[in-house]
Design a protein around this ligand. Structure first.
Ligand code: GTP
Ligand code: MG
Length: 400
């Protein structure tokens, strides 16, 4: 399953976002380092279901369908806070980053209200520039990667200089599990000056910029400008716009309150929508009514809470994944259990039907013969790039 990590300075609201995204109760507190070990949970990416286009009713298996929207499960990891110097062991250190090696992307959470200082202690809103926190996370992450490289650099240099191995193979090995392949490491190397020098002659700063390029290639960042419900957050959000990454203003706290109220049956709220409906006004206390009024105003300004957008933008825009609907029978749109449009899979844009087959099951990929587009019953060319919403039947020599 896809995996996304929530990282960032201490006390910026990572666990609140995690809880909103997964509706699990985790420890939340207004002091740094509430979270001591990473938490894992399931959240969902949303995409339109194709059932109405085909005039059928779907029987979801891996991705529930609500009001024509499919919710595709994605694993999410809530990490302990990072502070400056973490790579040298300050705060909670960076040991836990080993767990984010497998993530497709990282959501870097910042306090856009500027109400937490460098170490994560609460301060007057507007007194801290959240852009500093993006830079801090970049630096700590890159230094963590640099340390991994440096730990073994003499040996790597010797192997490469004696022609016993290649630099890309050795680097890929050190970051095994980072979801970066040898070919991608080579691309990064070729776009830098690194290959012009013997590995043993490289300076620490050259290796650091190599680590930065590796990080950018393997772990795209999306910035969650959290706490955007706090008055005055616009200043922090506009400062963040200069960070070079996609910035999504959001409020984990508001999203969490909405999901809880919806779970209790007080309101009707679909994550990702820009409003909610009160189910029975008479069941609300005056305090709840006032709170909902403020939430409504915030959502109008922000176009929703931004929390669902974070996941959707991370996968659909930044990572550029495409949701597709594999079926076994292209006429009835069913799997072998007779379920209509049961599953949604995410594939990287440019993926072919064969890539999809491998993603579903190695054997299906190995026996891949051809694929059929269920919209017109035609066979697809082998280099066909899957498009969002494609309904695909894979014909394989090897039965699952
Ligand atoms: N106003 C506002 N406050 C928030 C929001 N999200 C979190 N908070 C508050 O920020 C504080 C920290 O929240 P946590 O979710 O524990 O933060 P964290 O980043 O997980 O903290 P560590 O685990 O210590 O790194 C709590 O007091 C939350 O109530 C938000 O969207 N808006
Ligand atoms: Mg936390």
């Amino acid at each position: 399953m896809e995996l996304v990590g929530l990282v960032g300075k201490a006390n910026v609201g990572k666990s609140t976002l995690f809880s909103a995204l997964t509706l699990l109760n985790v420890q939340i507190g207004n002091y740094p380092f509430t979270t001591k070990t990473p938490n894992r949970g399931i959240t969902y990416l949303t995409c339109p279901c194709v059932h109405s286009e085909f005039g059928v009713t779907c029987n979801p298996n891996n991705a529930p369908c609500v009001d024509g929207v499919r919710y595709v499960p994605i694993e999410v990891l809530d990490c302990p806070g990072i502070v400056r110097g973490a790579h040298k062991g300050r705060g909670m250190g960076l040991q836990f980053l080993d767990e984010v090696r497998q993530a497709d992307a990282l959501i870097v959470v910042v306090d856009s209200s500027g109400g937490t200082d460098e170490d994560g202690n609460p301060v007057e809103p507007g007194t801290h520039d959240p852009l500093d926190d993006v830079r801090m996370v970049e630096e700590e992450f890159d230094r963590w990667m640099l340390d991994i490289l440096m730990r073994d650099w003499n040996r790597i240099a010797r192997l490469v200089e004696n022609k016993q191995s290649s630099l890309e193979a050795e680097v890929a090995k050190r970051f095994s599990g980072l979801r970066i392949k040898e070919g991608e490491v080579l691309e990064v190397l070729e776009s830098s000056d690194i290959l012009r020098k013997a590995p043993s002659k490289l300076s620490e700063s050259e290796l650091l910029s190599f680590a930065t390029s590796l990080r950018k290639a393997s772990k795209p960042f999306i910035i969650a400008a959290n706490k955007s419900d706090v008055p005055g957050a616009e200043k922090g959000i506009s400062s963040l716009m200069g960070c070079g990454y996609r910035v999504v203003p959001c409020s984990g706290e508001v999203e969490r309150a909405l999901r809880l109220a919806s779970e209790k049956g007080l309101i009707r709220y679909l994550p990702g929508s820009d409003g909610f409906e009160v189910i029975d006004e008479s069941r609300l206390t005056q305090q709840q009514r006032d709170a909902l009024k403020r939430v409504e105003e915030f959502m109008k300004r922000n176009g929703g809470t931004g929390v669902q957008k974070l996941i959707d933008i991370a996968y659909r825009e930044v990572l550029d994944y495409v949701p597709v609907f594999p079926v076994e029978d292209p006429n009835r749109l069913t799997d072998r259990k007779g379920r209509v449009l049961p599953d949604v899979y995410l594939v990287k844009r440019g993926s072919t039907p064969r890539d999809l087959a491998y993603k579903i099951h190695t054997e299906l990929g190995e026996g891949f013969l051809y694929a059929i587009d269920a919209r017109n019953g035609m066979r697809l060319p082998s280099d066909f790039a899957l498009r969002p919403g494609d309904v695909i039947s894979i014909v394989s020599a090897r039965k699952r």
